[in-house]
Ligand binder design. Structure first.
Ligand SMILES: Nc1ncnc2c1ncn2[C@@H]1O[C@H](COP(=O)(O)OP(=O)(O)O)[C@@H](O)[C@H]1O
Ligand SMILES: [Mg+2]
Length: 190
């Protein structure tokens, strides 16, 4: 199952609670190339709204940053998106309204849940931004009530990734159909 990052925030969720307490699995697909994973990211970005917090879960090399690159493209970000591991958070300006900024976080190096809580991610995005949080699945208790979690894991073949969407909270309820469609942008059924 899902491996916890070494040295990262103490795990708070059982695998059955991936996406955080109260989350439900919505849809699963398979991508067969990094470009297909980027396409899923782009499609998710197009339906994102200011105030959204999106968790990217999965082991090192699963494809979290790859999906984030597609997501950024979908918001009209032109700067190259790289792993924010050493920066904790990077901010990108978006060319496409209504989302004005993309916050890209990586919690891999944080070792206390309080540090994540102090970031106040749900407040940071409130006005006009969207947050993508790599390794955020270990901190769902402090990332706000409403979350979309994208869980990436290796598929049967090299170059394959299983992409599973989890949601919690009313914010995402009305977008279930769109989320399933976004997954189909790059993925096929497992
Ligand atoms: N279907 C796929 N989706 C995403 N990445 C893939 C896929 N197949 C192979 N890869 C490779 O896996 C690696 C994923 O790296 P990255 O996105 O940085 O992972 P993470 O941020 O989860 O550590 C990249 O080298 C990418 O080219
Ligand atoms: Mg990464």
């Amino acid at each position: 199952m899902h491996q916890r990052p070494r040295g990262a925030v103490t795990a708070t969720n059982e695998p059955s609670e991936l996406g955080g307490a109260g989350a439900a699995s919505l849809a699963t697909g398979v991508t067969r190339s990094p470009e297909a994973t980027r396409a899923v990211g782009r499609a998710l970005a197009v339906l994102s709204q200011p105030g959204d917090v999106v968790v990217l879960a999965g082991d090192l090399g699963a494809g979290k940053t790859t999906l984030a690159q597609g997501f950024a493209t979908g918001l009209g970000v032109t700067d190259p998106v790289t792993s924010p591991t050493f920066a904790l958070m990077r901010q990108y300006r978006c060319a496409l309204a209504p989302v004005q900024a993309l916050l890209h976080l990586d919690l891999y190096r944080l070792d206390r849940l309080a540090e994540v809580a102090d970031l106040g991610v749900a407040q940071l995005v409130e006005e006009d931004a969207v947050a993508l949080v790599e390794w955020g699945d270990v901190a769902t208790s402090v990332l706000g009530d409403d979350l979309l979690t994208v869980w990436l894991r290796p598929g049967a073949e090299p170059g394959e990734r299983i992409v599973e969407l989890w949601t919690r909270g009313e914010r995402w309820d009305g977008r279930a159909g769109e989320l399933r469609a976004a997954l189909r942008a790059g993925a096929s059924r497992p």
